[in-house]
Structures are given as C-alpha cells and as structure tokens.
Design a protein around this ligand. Structure first.
Ligand code: SF4
Ligand code: SF4
Length: 286
C-alpha cells in the first residue's frame, strides 16, 4: 500500500461518526481529517533521537518492532514509519480559545475520548497492513511502552509520537514544545512501524524549530503569555511546571466540574496563538 492510498483509508475511517466521536452521545467529531507522513526505518534522525532523548531507553523503529515481534529478523532498512496528525476541530478550538486558566470541556473530551479514537486508529492501521500480510505495530500501544526520565529533557517516554511526526515530515517544534504542523499545533499524533519500504514524505524544513515565529524572527511569544502556569519562557517549556499545573489544578477541575473523572487536560498554549491551526511561517494562500 502506498502512502496516498493509506492516507485515503485513514481519512475514510475518520469520516465514520462511530469511529471519530468527541464523546458518548455527542454528534460531534473528535478531530478533523488526518494528515499522514512517512519516514524510512533507517532515517538517521531516529538514531539521533535515541542518542539525544535517552540512549538507555528510547526506541528506534527496529527496536520497537522487535518488541512487537520478538525474534524478528527485521533490520532498519526493511522498515518504514507511518505517522499521522489529528487536527482539533474548529468547534473545539473555538471553545478552548474562550477560556482563561482552565480547559474547556470540549478540549477535555478531545483529550480523553479523542485519545481513544487515536488508539483505535492505531489498531486500524496495524490491521490494514495485517490484511495485506504485512507486519506492523503501534509502539505507543506496546505493553513495554513506558514513561522514562531523559537525562537532557526530563519527562520522556520510550517512543515519542511528536518526534516521530517530525521525522515523518509533519512539522517542527515551537517554543512551547508542541509540534507545529501544516494544520497547526492544536493536534494529537499517532504512528505505526511497518515491515515495508514506503515512499518517505519530504521534510520541507532543515531546522527542528523552523515553523515557530519566535525562532524564525525572535518575535511572538503568544504561547508564553497564554500559559497560566508560567511554564513557557524564552528558554522553552518547563515540563515540571506544566505537569504540576495539570496534575494539581486542571485534572481535579475536569473531575469536579466537567467529566467526573481526572483528565490531564490543558493545552491552553495551543489555541489563541498564531500557530493554532496553521504553520504561521507559511505564506497565506490567496
Ligand atoms: S505561539 Fe508563537 S512562539 Fe509560541 S510556538 Fe507558536 S509561533 Fe512559536
Ligand atoms: S499545557 Fe497548559 S500548563 Fe502546560 S505549557 Fe501549555 S498552557 Fe502551560
């Protein structure tokens, strides 16, 4: 299966309301149609990520694949990585833009029920390849996937969906650490590793911060001003401040005032900013 055909299958799956719902009983989609990208399993950036994030725990594609298929003979040149971006809907973004220090209920639903959509989409893509007799796995769904402590970056995990999307040509990082994609930063991401050589998506950037206005010209800082926790500065994203705010302020708020259970919902830095739903360094059409 080539990437355009695969992308069409993902778009079709997401167009089915039962697959893509913002929550039980709601006639609203969790996300807009996905963007899809691809990188070869031996892309040097995957080795760089392992060295940079955590040589002792971070997975390359061939390591993730070996966890899914123990005893496999696969080598990195046999593999490809397929990544996708799920853009938040305008309905969710608008609701979230109206809020101050607390997440909107729409955003909290997208964080909780939307991630269930993303999990199901991972399984769907793995099954699509399996139907063609091609082995595939979703690293984030593997039992061995876990959170870890990066010597350089603090909170991390064995497989980062955002970094994978960056390698797969889907965007660059902003001052807030979010991935700015052609559909902006208000997104969720997912990926699978597949034993097939698929045509890679060209990376149209040379720097990992290229699409952020702050790094492109020293201006903007809108995400800094929007963060109620003071977790974003010109030095970047303070993961400890961010996590503390979410765990102690917004997650209890979601439980008490919104959904009746805790959700790590915030993402205020992802809306009411120039990179919310587009690459702000791209020339506007028309
Ligand atoms: S809001 Fe501005 S400074 Fe922050 S990530 Fe987006 S473009 Fe960069
Ligand atoms: S997720 Fe919330 S707390 Fe964390 S950086 Fe963004 S706005 Fe700040």
């Amino acid at each position: 299966m080539d990437i355009p055909s695969l992308a069409a299958r993902l778009v079709g799956w997401m167009a089915v309301p039962e697959n893509n719902s913002l929550g039980p009983g709601l006639d609203l989609p969790a996300f807009d149609a996905p963007l899809v990208g691809c990188a070869p399993g031996d892309d040097p950036l995957f080795d760089f990520l392992k060295r940079d994030i955590g040589p002792g725990f971070y997975w390359t594609p061939v390591e993730a694949f070996a966890h899914a298929f123990p005893g496999t003979e696969a080598v990195s040149t046999d593999l490809s990585v397929v990544s996708w971006v799920l853009p938040q809907t305008e309905h969710t973004r608008r609701a979230h833009a109206r809020t101050g220090d607390m997440p909107s209920i729409e955003w909290s639903r997208a964080r909780h029920y939307g991630e269930k959509v993303n999990e199901a989409l991972r399984r769907f893509v793995v099954e699509l390849f399996a139907e063609e007799g091609v082995e595939a796995c979703a690293p984030a769904l593997l039992p061995l996937w876990t959170r870890a402590e990066s010597p350089k970056y603090g909170f991390a995990s064995t497989w980062s969906e955002r970094h994978t999307a960056h390698v797969c040509g889907l965007g660059t990082f902003g001052l807030s650490d979010g991935l700015i994609t052609p559909r902006g930063k208000a997104i969720r991401v997912g990926s699978v590793v597949v034993r097939a050589r698929l045509t890679p998506t060209p990376r149209t950037y040379t720097d990992h911060h290229e699409w952020c206005l702050f790094f492109a010209g020293g201006k903007c800082r809108a995400c800094m001003k929007r963060c109620p926790a003071g977790a974003i500065s010109e030095k970047g994203h303070d993961k400890v401040k961010c996590k503390t705010y979410i765990r102690s302020i917004t997650a209890p708020y979601v439980e008490e005032r919104q959904l009746g259970f805790r959700v790590n919902s915030c993402g205020l830095c992802q809306v009411r900013v120039p990179c919310e739903h587009r690459n702000p360094t791209a020339r506007r059409e028309g």
